[in-house]
Ligand binder design. Structure first.
Ligand code: BDP
Length: 518
């Protein structure tokens, strides 16, 4: 322990550990945590020794189990997956890298300190001039009743704490708004007397849904981007800062303004980078591979874990201007993955209630962002009634009508028209694409060729150009990624990337770049 930390509260914070972690300090268990991809921590003050070395151990159980999130040891749709099962057996399509995947911090905190900060921004506009409003809620050590200060540039406000809680607000004249292409960040400083200080980069922006459009800072916005993965050769899902910077650069090069953190929360560094770069994030929980037809105790367990993960994700990411929406699940199913139950059945209704409870929790915890989930092709349409915008994963031209580009294009348009007429909400195609072997070419375009991928992307982009209710296109996937071995995947890879796993552009990357930079 640094000698200067004597007298402070000492905490340990783990960026993520999949799937179950036990933390020990000098042989004593100080806490346990269930669930990967999200940070957790413990106060270890009473367990550290001063003047001699301390031994910290984190024991991580990485085994794939059906009662974890995401569920492992079961195939897609539950069970062993039959003849389509892969290895390792997962209920999802990405390699189950586990262990400690992010940074571990030792933290020294003054005895009276800031515990949480929540920032909400808004603005008024008169002509070109913008006045920004920043509302801040600060939680400090429980019984703190003193004063604090908020600072942004030359602006200052006093915080008067009662039982550790205070609210304050600041007004910024001639403010610059945050958004793609103009990611202006302001440095907010929160001071607690002279004992503690917290610095936070904030952006002034609003996001919402109006009718069938998405609105950023009061103007319509269409999302252009990808579903991604934290995946790279050698480092797997482990935090890899050079790859994070490379991806940021490629997003800029290709002209994207958005991505979804499919299918789990990404590192805090990735969120900070998105703030700095002006990328709009649809922030997803690890609720992938859910099946409502599974045994009741398993469904209940998943529900508990999903509620906890939703709350933890919102607590972690609520102050990022880049985060515009929460995605509370990816492709939940009721029944077999390939033949889901129809609306109105008891299992389908159970699924609807399960999803709606996550949507209301997200709304209760954060009223400033939109909530959605990625809907599987063929799943119950009545699950979509509560979302703020519709997110659909659709594979017309791949799993459906593969090779038949004209028929795929017509079927896509028909479904979009039906959904739009039924719900009148903005629609984001949160996944679409085609597996593409780099270097495989064909004329006329055929499946697996670089030409075919371009054609599939082309009719989606064309449709979005002429139908503004199609508020976003997230191509599956940004880059090729590792998955389980099996007969559905060549070389244990999902090849739907627009970039290869080592981030080289396929033909489709050049195509997107020419369309998105117009
Ligand atoms: C969707 C899943 C995604 C898969 C993709 C695919 O949400 O995780 O990787 O399909 O099959 O069903 O490529």
């Amino acid at each position: 322990m640094p000698a200067g930390w004597r007298g402070q509260r000492i905490a340990i914070r783990v960026g993520s550990a999949s799937y179950f972690a036990r933390v020990f300090v000098n042989g004593v268990e100080v806490g346990t945590h269930e669930g990967g991809h999200l940070a957790f921590g413990f106060d270890i003050t009473g367990h550290v020794s001063w003047g001699s070395a301390n031994h910290i151990a984190i024991r991580v159980d990485n085994s794939l189990k059906p009662d974890r999130l995401p569920p492992g040891g079961v195939g897609m749709g539950g069970g062993d997956g039959g003849f389509l099962a892969g290895f390792p057996l997962t209920s999802y399509d990405f390699f189950p890298y586990a262990g400690i995947q992010r940074q571990v911090w030792l933290i020294g905190l003054p005895p009276v300190h800031i515990e949480d900060v929540t920032v909400i921004t808004s603005f008024d506009q008169s002509g070109e001039d913008v006045t920004g409003h920043v509302q801040v809620r600060v939680n400090a050590t429980l019984d703190y009743d003193g004063n604090g200060t908020l600072l942004i540039g030359g602006q200052r406000a006093v915080l008067a704490f009662v039982n550790g809680v205070a609210q304050g607000s600041l007004t910024i004249a001639h403010a610059a708004l945050w958004g793609p292409g103009h990611p202006k960040l302001y440095n907010l400083i929160v001071m607690l007397g002279d004992t503690d200080r917290y610095d936070l980069d904030i952006g002034i922006r609003t996001f919402g849904v109006k009718g069938d459009r998405m609105m950023l800072n009061g103007a319509e916005i269409q999302l252009k981007g990808f579903g991604k993965h934290e995946d790279f050769a050698g480092s797997g899902r482990g935090l890899n800062l050079p790859v994070l910077m490379k991806d940021a650069d490629l997003l800029r090069w290709i002209g994207a303004n958005s991505y979804r953190t499919s299918h789990y929360p990404y590192s805090e560094e990735a969120m900070q980078q998105a703030d700095r770069q002006g990328i709009l994030i649809v922030d997803e929980t690890p609720a992938v591979g859910l099946g409502f037809h599974l045994a009741a105790d398993l469904v209940n367990r998943h529900h508990e874990l999903c509620l906890a993960a939703t709350a933890a994700l919102i607590a972690r990411d609520k102050n990022h201007p880049s985060v515009i929406a929460w995605s509370i699940a990816n492709e939940p199913v009721a029944g077999s993955f390939f033949n889901p139950e129809k609306p109105g059945s008891p299992i389908s209704s159970l699924g609807r209630d399960f999803l709606n409870s996550l949507i209301s929790l997200a709304r209760k915890l954060d009223s400033t962002r939109a909530v959605s989930f990625a809907h599987l092709q063929g799943a119950s349409p009545d699950w979509l009634t509560e979302v703020d915008f519709i997110s659909i994963n659709r594979y017309y031209g791949w799993y459906y009508l593969g090779g038949r580009l004209e028929a795929a294009k017509t079927a896509l348009a028909q479904e979009l028209e039906t959904l739009h007429a039924l719900h009148g909400k903005p629609i984001v195609i949160s996944e679409f694409g085609a597996d593409t072997l780099p270097g495989h070419h064909a004329q006329p375009a055929e499946m697996w060729s670089e030409e075919y991928q371009v054609e599939v992307l082309r009719y989606h982009l064309d449709y979005a150009d002429s139908h503004p209710y199609l508020a976003g296109l997230h191509i599956w996937n940004f880059a090729d990624f590792k998955t389980s071995q099996g007969i559905l995947r060549t070389a244990s890879m999902n090849f739907k990337g627009v970039f290869t796993r080592d981030r080289k552009p396929k033909m489709s990357a050049h195509f997107l770049r020419s369309r998105w930079n117009k």
